[in-house]
Design a protein around this ligand. Structure first.
Ligand code: YK8
Length: 177
C-alpha cells in the first residue's frame, strides 16, 4: 500500500473526524468539486464488537479516458471501537467501483488515522491499498493497479489541499487557536 497523507493539521481530532465522516459542508463541497453525485449514507450503527459501521453509495465521475465517464460505487466504513472520542479515530473504508472494467476483481482499502496531538492539533494519515478478490492475469493486474494509483493519488492530493484551505479558514476565524 501507500501512505497518501501524513501531516499535522491545526484543528482538533474531533473537528477532523467531523469534517471527513459526518454530513459536513466541507465533505459536501469536496464531493461537488470531485463530481461525486447522488451520495447517500446509512447512519453510523454500532456493531456487536463495539465498532461502528456505515455504508455510502454514490456515483463517481471518472477522467481516465480508458474507462466510461461514470461509475456507481459502494463504500463500507468501519470506525474502530478503540477510537476514543477526542484521542484518535481509526476508520477503515472499502470502496467497490461497480461499473469499471474488471470491477469484480478488485476494491480499494483506505485506512484513515486521526490522532489527537494537542487541543488544537491532530495528525491525519491515510493509507491506501488496491486489493484483489480474485487473481487476474498479470498484465491485467498491473493495468488495474496503475490506473487505480493514479486516480487515488489525484483524489488524496486534492483532499489534502482542501483540508489545508479549511485549516487556514479555521485558524483565521477562530482567534483562540
Ligand atoms: C472514495 C480506485 C480505482 C478507480 C479508477 C478505476 C480505474 C479502472 C481500472 C481499469 C477510476 C471516493 C478510482 C480511482 C475512482 C475513485 C475512487 C475514490 C477516490 C482501467 C482496469 C472515490 C475513495 C475512492 C476509492 C477508490 C477510487 C477508485 O472516497 O481509477
Amino acid at each position: 500500500g501507500r501512505l497518501y497523507v501524513n501531516r499535522v493539521f491545526h484543528m482538533s481530532a474531533d473537528k477532523m473526524f467531523e469534517l471527513l465522516f459526518s454530513d459536513s459542508l466541507f465533505i459536501r463541497r469536496f464531493m461537488d468539486a470531485r463530481k461525486i453525485t447522488g451520495a447517500t449514507s446509512t447512519p453510523w450503527q454500532r456493531e456487536g464488537g463495539g465498532s461502528m459501521k456505515r455504508t455510502l453509495k454514490y456515483t463517481i465521475t471518472i477522467t481516465n479516458p480508458l474507462v466510461g465517464k461514470f461509475s456507481t460505487a459502494t463504500e463500507m466504513q468501519t470506525l474502530y471501537k478503540n477510537s476514543h472520542e477526542g484521542q484518535y479515530y481509526i476508520v477503515d473504508s472499502e470502496v467497490y467501483t461497480h461499473d469499471v472494467p474488471y470491477h469484480d476483481y478488485f476494491y480499494t482499502f483506505n485506512r484513515f488515522c486521526i490522532i489527537h496531538n494537542s487541543k488544537h492539533k491532530c495528525r491525519l494519515r491515510v493509507y491506501t491499498d488496491v486489493r484483489y478478490k480474485k487473481q487476474p492475469w498479470g498484465l491485467v493486474k498491473s493495468f488495474i493497479t496503475k490506473n487505480s494509483w493514479s486516480g487515488l493519488e489525484d483524489y488524496f492530493r486534492h483532499l489534502e489541499a482542501e483540508l489545508l484551505e479549511e485549516e487556514a479558514e479555521l485558524t483565521q476565524g477562530g482567534g483562540d487557536s
